[in-house]
Design a protein around this ligand. Sequence first.
Ligand code: WT7
Length: 650
Amino acid sequence: MTDQNTYPPTKEFAANAHADKATYEKMYADSIADPDAFWAEHGKRIDWIKPFTKVSNCDYTFGDVSINWFEDGTLNVAANCIDRHLETRGDQTAIIWEPDSPDTPAQHITYKELHENVCRFANVLKFQGVGRGDRVVLYLPMIPEAAYAMLACARIGAVHSIVFAGFSPDALANRINDCNARVLITADEAPRGGRKTPLKSNADAALLHCSDKVKCLVVKHTGGQTTWIEDRDVDVKAEMAKAADRCVPSEMNAEDPLFILYTSGSTGKPKGVVHSTGGYIVYAAMTHQYTFDYHDGDVFWCTADVGWVTGHSYIVYGPLANGATTVMFEGVPTYPDAGRFWAVCEKHKVNQFYTAPTAIRALMAHGSEPVEKYDLSSLKLLGTVGEPINPEAWNWYNDVVGKGTCPIVDTWWQTETGGHLLTPLPGATATKPGSATLPFFGVEPVVLDAQSGEEITTTEAEGVLCFKKSWPGQMRTVYGDHERFEKTYFADYKGYYFAGDGCRRDEDGYYWITGRVDDVINVSGHRMGTAEVESALVAHAQVAEAAVVGYPHDIKGQGIYAYVTLMNGVEPSDELRKDLEKWVRTEIGPIAKPDLIQWAPGLPKTRSGKIMRRILRKIAEDDFGALGDTSTLADPSVVDELIENRMNRS
Ligand code: WT7
């Protein structure tokens, strides 16, 4: 290692880990030399109904992209997450549910209980006519029923699509319609941080824009008052109580879709990322075990929401496939106070803790005292995901939370990848603060020159991050639009999967993510297309034009900076600014609310009318000394006006 600032695994950790350095290097080399042999072996971690004989059958040729893993095998994911554990660990806790309020008792759900609840839920779905391949949208709080619903869908071969409970009725309706869902599963209310989101009334509003055939299954969670539409609304808990507690798992093909998850891109409306059954579960389970060095009996806590892919792979599918005990937390890090995460770690004796840099930064702002109040001696490992972690936050996490004894795994991946692609293995990899380090087994990252698309073969490299070959957890298509799948990920750099991120490879071959190279921003670890926020803004009657860019934000990583041109004759005002913020919240959801809105009488455009975002980004970053070439602008004076009235001043 040439870098001073590295943290090698301790001898003790390496000795007990699933992989030490030698094991990682050997397994990685094997996985690249003969991927089919490697995955044929590791595909066996899953129970197959009919074992596969073919391993991979993938083509990255633009125009012909097709990805298949274990394609002639059959299996059921719910059976792998539940039934196969019943004999050996039926009475072990599968899910620890920690409610929003610390005064409400936690629930410990055993594998036996999980089995019963998932079977009952599956029978409720069947009774509503849901069958193989049907789409079911979930719009739920972080409650056990969310996991039951996911696994119930998997059990009967239905395809779930979770919509994060922070999204607006419009966003929910768009997703229900895009995947033509037959059923929506929601709850009366979602308690978070002591407040309650009225999920059912949001669902009612969404369903006004959907087919009247869509059924609404409602989990009565808080008991809050809701409207009730006979013949459409179904009381899930009441139906579950009546339903049979056994349900035979459906035999699914490895390549049948397991779920759809919508995510933002640089253009257009959110895409429905489709994940497979066999490859996905192999990959989620294997990464969960190796990245977090999960051992039998450990308590694993991933703080994400099941509305994001992190919750799919590392709260539900990966951990449960491994027979783990997984924590599901309904609340937020700062309620009732900034010690909540650590109180929960102490209470449930959490061994592996996985969260996002934005949460770490927010908690760091409260100092070390809320951490030191709690006994964190159970912690063995810490993880981060969602955005690059700044060294300051890394050091705080390491020193204050981990007491310098817990390896930190900085995991780089995406909704599209299903599981970790770049990550340290804690017993094998010396970490460097801010680097996602090295590839997982079977993953072949390359750095391409952004302009020429040529692979940079020197160890030290800077360019765009692409992948040479498929891995089992990779997305298979965009729901209903395979062409868009190919165009988004395989068109810019032919023969590679293009992730959309820039990166640097250092002298040790370590990867450092430098952020998105497209018009996608990362706000508190949530991905947002700037185009989506722009189209929400221009849908407002008083807005003529809008351009949205990201800017550095201390807590969120990136904040949302909107330049807004008003209709002729409309006067800017604080009231209008508030109205626009509210408007975006209702169009998309609170996470899309602009942090800063600048009134822009004009936007910098080329003579052909293209908005020069590069310039807008610089102004938003308060870095307008280096605007670069503005000579192609139609009216360069616009820029001076924008600089003059910029909102982000240090
Ligand atoms: C984008 C994917 C995968 C679950 C969370 C987000 C960024 C993710 C890291 C990391 C630097 C990261 C990338 C990526 N990202 N993890 N460890 N270091 N950047 O999933 O919403 O699909 O977003 O998040 O830019 O492309 P997502």
